[in-house]
Design a binder for this molecule. Structure first.
Ligand code: GAP
Length: 445
């Protein structure tokens, strides 16, 4: 973990937020390379969900919502962790993370565990009082449920179909820890997949397999993952069954993603409250249209769909992917190199173009032209590494996971060839400039 944290800071993946003022606990900023890797992870998830399935739609809903959403979802009452205080040193801990003794001062004089609600509250509008507040969403899922009817009406979807969303979630964790593993502000990639009641159990099993396959493609092999059947007494208030995908993080084996059978809990409780509140009084309850929250079964009876939810944290995925990619190799006696063997579609920089001489105009001009040509393919970021030090350039790009380095030298001006170097094998070959774009496309796909 220490090596990953150091690499993230040194190379600009992740910084402590508000660092110049001493930081803020459990909050991180993603730097120039971090934002690229994070975007690539999200894009890969989005493609696998929304583009590669014919029955999944996307959504980007608000972080703030009417507080009733999180009241009727059950979060106001139940979204809490058990907390204990040390009476001696006044530290606070998650009760399930300690064993009868304060980890800070060793005292056994602790309070009884009591629930601590993890939702952040903020005031809305110019008057700060009890009635003008909103929660920052603790999961992205709720706005998928509240928009269910909007999506169905605007896309004519019927079950089985899904709604996917990526976005920020906030939890006032009692003890944020382990770098970006448990933080207070993070991103989730969530799919709510709506099925007929009775088809839910099979659907959950199939989503577990699909998610394992996806992690494998991101460089997190299945043999580094474990499936954890969440016991009944640990299930979230909405879940009938949850399977957690656990990863062997540097600090221990913990949850990377959860796949839950949320039954008809959320759509059911929102539509029940809608009826009770009569908010939708004006909506005509027409049996032939999807005019209420439920959909229509084959037989013509109304039912509330069941929901299978694969929910993955972007930060935890980032950490797992980085941990798997991080490699130290002995290249010569007493000489080691650090190389991030990221899958090329995730690499923050797809190729580095390195002029042999930083002051030679012809070489730099040709390098710039090559860089621009590769960049115009829009396959991700390509950089011109004009430091004049090829060895240093290779070391830097190994460490940040750039799949290909392209060196332009005097021969390039004469015979229109360049040297391409592969990150993993360190093999170098000479190829024609006119073949470079194809080589580049292949190296990324
Ligand atoms: N909508 C379902 C839900 O939110 P969850 O198991 O509480 O379920 C889903 O969260 C995922 O979000 C987790 O598997 C984890 O990857 C990520 N996650 C949850 N809390 C987190 C935190 N404090 N810091 C980073 N990631 C977190």
């Amino acid at each position: 973990m220490e090596e990953l944290v150091a690499l993230c800071k040194r190379r600009g993946f992740i910084f402590q937020s508000s660092e110049i003022y001493g930081g803020i606990q459990g909050v991180y900023d993603f730097g120039p390379l971090g934002v690229e890797l994070k975007n690539n992870i999200k894009l890969s998830w989005w493609s696998s969900m929304v583009y590669e399935n014919d029955n999944i739609e996307g959504l980007d809903a608000s972080i703030l919502s009417n507080p009733l959403v999180l009241r009727y979802s059950g979060h106001e009452d139940t979204f809490s962790d058990p907390m204990v205080d040390c009476k001696e040193c006044k530290s606070r801990f998650r009760a399930d993370s300690i064993e009868n003794k304060c980890p800070k001062c060793g005292s056994m004089d602790l309070t009884e565990p009591r629930p601590f609600n993890l939702m952040f509250k903020t005031s809305v509008g110019p008057i700060e009082d009890e009635n003008n507040f909103a929660y920052l969403r603790p999961e992205t899922a709720q706005q998928i449920f509240t928009n269910y009817k909007n999506v169905v009406d605007s896309t004519s979807r019927s079950v089985p179909f899904g709604i996917a969303q990526i976005g920020k979630a906030f939890r006032n964790e009692i003890t944020p820890r382990n770098f970006i593993f448990r933080v207070r502000e993070f991103e989730q990639m969530e799919l709510e997949y709506f099925v007929k009641p009775g088809e839910d159990e099979e659907s959950l099993d199939s989503w577990v397999q699909k998610r394992l396959d996806w992690w494998e493609k991101q460089g997190v092999p299945t043999d580094q993952l474990e499936l954890y059947e969440v016991p009944m007494d640990e299930l979230a208030h909405y879940s009938k069954r949850t399977v957690d995908i656990m990863y062997k993080f540097p600090h221990g084996t913990e949850e990377l993603e959860g796949i839950a059978n949320r039954t008809d809990f959320d759509l059911g409780s929102h539509s029940k409250k809608q009826d009770e509140l009569n908010i939708k009084a004006s909506v005509k309850q027409n049996k032939d249209s999807n005019s209420k929250l439920g959909a229509q079964s084959d037989g013509g009876d109304w039912f509330v769909p069941f929901v299978i939810e694969p929910s993955a944290g972007v930060e935890r995925g980032f950490l797992a992917i980085l941990n798997e990619a991080y490699t130290e190799e002995e290249v010569e006696e007493n000489k080691r190199r650090v190389v991030l063997k990221l899958k090329p579609h995730l690499s923050p920089i797809k190729a580095a173009v390195i002029p042999l001489k930083k002051n030679n105009k012809d070489i730099v001009d040709l390098s710039t032209k090559i860089k621009d040509g590769l960049q115009s393919l829009a396959l991700g970021r390509v950089v011109l590494e004009n430091t004049g030090n090829i060895g240093k350039g290779y070391r830097r790009h190994d460490e940040i996971g750039t799949p290909t380095c392209i060196t332009i030298d005097f021969d390039s001006l004469e015979n229109e060839t360049v040297t391409v170097r592969d990150r993993d094998t360190m093999n170098q070959e000479r190829i024609k400039i006119k073949e470079l774009q194809n080589y580049f496309i292949k190296s990324i796909k």
